[in-house]
Write a protein that binds this ligand. Structure first.
Ligand SMILES: *[C@@H]1O[C@H](CO)[C@@H](O)[C@H](O)[C@H]1NC(C)=O
Ligand SMILES: *[C@@H]1O[C@H](CO)[C@@H](O)[C@H](O)[C@H]1NC(C)=O
Ligand SMILES: *[C@@H]1O[C@H](CO)[C@@H](O)[C@H](O)[C@H]1NC(C)=O
Ligand SMILES: *[C@@H]1O[C@H](CO)[C@@H](O)[C@H](O)[C@H]1NC(C)=O
Ligand SMILES: *[C@@H]1O[C@H](CO)[C@@H](O)[C@H](O)[C@H]1NC(C)=O
Ligand SMILES: *[C@@H]1O[C@H](CO)[C@@H](O)[C@H](O)[C@H]1NC(C)=O
Ligand SMILES: *[C@@H]1O[C@H](CO)[C@@H](O)[C@H](O)[C@H]1NC(C)=O
Ligand SMILES: *[C@@H]1O[C@H](CO)[C@@H](O)[C@H](O)[C@H]1NC(C)=O
Length: 330
């Protein structure tokens, strides 16, 4: 049912009410995803597995042991809790049924050395879940990518970053770890958490089914390149609501590389970015269908919407209300 629109084959249900105003409000209806998360989670503290939380010693082994100790029964949700402290870590691998519960005043801090990350480039994250179900992150604390530790030279136009492109597996200045990734996962939930200072992209959802992201704050660095907020690729049934994103690159970026992206609802979000607040593409080889953006407040950003649909995918999107504030003289 594609209706070609110009050379881009862009099928766009564009119901934009661009309210260039600060005082408008309206009511939004968002679809919700009900995830089968148990009300009475099983819980293990990383300190019981030897984590120091001193910010100096790597706590990777202790945290990974706690994750391993979580029961794997499909009907149990296991929270791995982090009491107040700073937990320095190499890449952590989540498994099915595990939720990282990073409490208030607790910070999970990513390492800045290349050997802190796996050999496989696709696993370069501070926290990654692959092929897992019922996984998530919560707790009111912080996941910190230590992004400023990757800056080689500060610059108000664009910081010059460390690049681990020694193997040629990635090119130029884009070889740095992302912060949090869910790859080929089902029933993902990220809520009540602050994600800060990613070295590269922040929250990456790849080929997932049923993802709920709510009450999440993302703080990148305004001058750091590739500091995307949330990248959603080839994934179905994703709901993002009540998010606060303040970052240097695109804030919410649906992309299609290997398959279509169906049913993405984004509501009640606040965004400030040096690039696009909502950016479709540029990877766009498959269709985008059933995307809804409602009550998105965009402030002090270089671009509100970026639609780079150039690889052949069609789009079916509703932009309900975008509140764009301009501060021309600020
Ligand atoms: C996704 O959520 C829907 C609605 O809650 C549910 O019917 C479906 O089974 C879920 N999919 C998976 C793969 O768990
Ligand atoms: C977190 O830190 C703040 C400031 O130091 C303190 O007031 C608060 O009680 C702490 N909360 C917890 C749960 O430790
Ligand atoms: C993904 O998980 C399923 C179920 O646990 C398993 O059967 C499958 O082999 C896994 N696939 C990969 C690529 O790990
Ligand atoms: C978020 O985390 C804080 C700190 O741990 C907690 O007090 C609060 O109840 C949590 N809120 C929700 C909605 O889970
Ligand atoms: C690594 O990145 C630097 C800086 O962008 C570039 O000059 C060099 O060609 C890159 N090397 C490879 C193998 O990509
Ligand atoms: C999303 O749904 C489409 C259409 O049913 C399907 O082709 C695709 O495999 C689904 N993707 C995932 C990650 O489940
Ligand atoms: C998208 O949402 C619609 C309406 O809720 C549902 O019927 C459809 O199955 C969903 N598509 C995918 C690929 O899950
Ligand atoms: C719109 O989103 C903002 C957060 O950005 C929220 O404070 C406000 O209540 C939302 N408005 C409605 C009508 O839901």
């Amino acid at each position: 049912m594609a209706t070609p629109l110009g050379p881009l084959l862009l099928q766009l249900f564009l119901l934009i009410l661009l309210l260039i105003s600060i005082h408008q409000s309206h009511s939004a209806t968002a679809s919700t995803i009900h995830l089968p998360f148990s009300i009475y989670p099983y819980s293990l503290s990383v300190t019981d597995f030897g984590a120091t939380g001193d910010g100096l010693h790597y706590d990777t082994a202790a945290i990974q042991s706690a994750i391993k100790a979580c029961p794997t029964s499909h009907h149990t949700q296991c929270h791995v809790t982090f009491p107040p402290g700073t937990y320095l870590t190499r890449t952590l691998f989540l498994k099915s049924g595990v939720v990282l519960d990073i409490k208030e005043n607790a910070t999970l801090l990513g390492g800045t050395k290349m050997e802190d990350y796996p050999k496989e480039l696709r696993e370069w994250y501070v926290v990654v879940a692959e092929n897992a179900s019922d996984v998530g992150i919560t707790g009111g604390g912080v996941v910190d990518g230590h992004g400023l530790g990757f800056v080689k030279r500060f610059n108000e136009r664009k910081n010059v970053m460390v690049s681990w492109n020694t193997t040629g597996a990635c090119l130029g200045d884009e070889c740095r770890p992302r912060l949090v990734g869910f790859i080929d996962c089902k029933n993902v939930r990220v809520w009540n958490i602050t994600l800060t200072e990613p070295a590269y992209w922040c929250l990456h959802i790849v080929r997932c089914e049923n993802t709920s992201i709510h009450d999440v704050s993302i703080y990148g660095n305004f001058n750091t390149p590739n500091n995307d907020g949330i990248d959603i690729e080839d994934s179905n049934n994703t709901v993002i609501t009540r998010c606060h994103i303040d970052t240097g690159d695109d804030a919410i970026c649906p992309k299609t590389y290997t398959g279509p992206l169906y049913n993405l609802t984004v509501t009640n979000c606040w965004i400030r970015t040096k690039s696009s607040a909502i950016k479709l593409g540029s990877a766009s080889s498959f269709n985008f269908k059933g995307l809804i953006f409602d009550n998105i407040t965009i402030v002090q950003s270089h671009r509100g919407l970026g639609l780079q649909i150039r690889d052949g995918g069609n789009t079916h999107i509703a932009f309900l209300v975008l509140l764009i504030e301009f501060f021309l003289n600020d």
